[in-house]
Unconditional design. Structure first.
Length: 167
């Protein structure tokens, strides 16, 4: 197991996909980069999925993360929304798989619980904890990027606990 590990966290969406890259060494998490991929909503879904795939592939080439982590699809009120979200998630996972990254998958409630202590925490509370953990004062990142960073931190916590448990 490397002394330093870098994780690409992903919060997939058909309109906006958040991403965040966090490195951890000796239990200390450090922000490497974060941002969003915005797809052109006037284009067909296939084009938008291609944008997600291509931009994530470029990010993976640029930052060379060791692993990836992605938020699972939550049950949406509208089946069409859930389907689009699932497709965006698939494009993101495919970009990771093509690059040879293992991908951890986490329920939104597990991510919130790992950072805040409760699976029903509001997004602003999660964002606050992300900033605290990463030592960032007055973050100006998008909500989707903050969510992606939370997924990366959750993955690092899960990974550390598995290592301590000998798994």
């Amino acid at each position: 197991m490397p002394a330093c590990v870098t994780v690409l966290g992903l919060d997939p969406g058909s309109r906006v996909t958040g991403w965040g890259i966090v490195s951890e060494m000796s239990g200390q998490a450090t922000l490497i980069a974060q941002g969003t991929i915005k797809t052109p909503v006037t284009k067909p879904v296939a084009h938008r999925l291609g944008v997600i795939f291509e931009q994530l592939a470029a990010l993976i080439r640029e930052h060379a993360p060791d692993e990836a982590a992605i938020e699972n699809v939550f049950v949406a009120k509208h089946p069409g929304s859930a389907l689009k979200l699932g497709q965006a998630r698939g494009a993101a996972m495919a970009a990771c798989a093509v690059a040879g990254l293992s991908v951890g998958e986490y329920e939104p409630t597990k991510v919130k619980s790992a950072l805040v202590g409760t699976g029903r925490a509001p997004k602003d509370q999660v964002a606050f904890m992300v900033a605290q953990i990463l030592g960032v004062k007055n973050p100006d990142w998008a909500e989707d990027a903050s969510d992606a960073l939370a997924v990366a931190i959750c993955h690092l916590n899960h990974r550390r606990m598995n290592r301590l448990a000998g798994l």
